[in-house]
Write a protein that binds this ligand. Sequence first.
Ligand code: ADP
Length: 162
Amino acid sequence: MTERIAIYPGSFDPPTLGHLDLIERAVNIFDHVIVAVAMNNEKIGLFTVDERMEMLQELVSHVPRVSIEHFRGLTVQFAQEKGAVALIRGLRVVSDFEFELTMAINNHKLAPEIDTVNLMPSEPYLFLSSRLVKEIAAFGGNLSHFVSPAVGERLKAKFVEE
Ligand code: ADP
């Protein structure tokens, strides 16, 4: 049987423990998960794409069958190039739903052979986002519940730099 590959696309600016939770769930369902950092000109991030990829690599070092890549352009085109059968997206609170539904429907129109699988995180991560983490870091708050120690250190360093 051919390998069932899933793409987990996102900004990951920076990756959080909520992202890790989803990756750990996704590898239980698929043979291989490609975490794909979207390079988006409109969204200039706090971290460079290379930094995000390094942080993701460190974060998933204990998880088998995961690779980290980056892409530019349409997620479904990247997924097709990789021969993926699914896109993984998170579904946290109700406010995520409308956006995720719109994306799932439109992506399915563009690539009917690829399905979106929305996974819900464990309860501690339901209200966690990269944006929140950046806000806490900017004010020197405790990040230990939200990101790995390595990501926490990088966040601290960013805000000292600025
Ligand atoms: P994007 O800019 O594409 O939303 P993010 O890095 O913010 O990129 O998120 C990537 C994916 O991870 C999205 O599907 C988002 O719903 C999901 N996600 C982000 N944070 C969490 C979390 N705490 N729990 C579950 N899923 C999450």
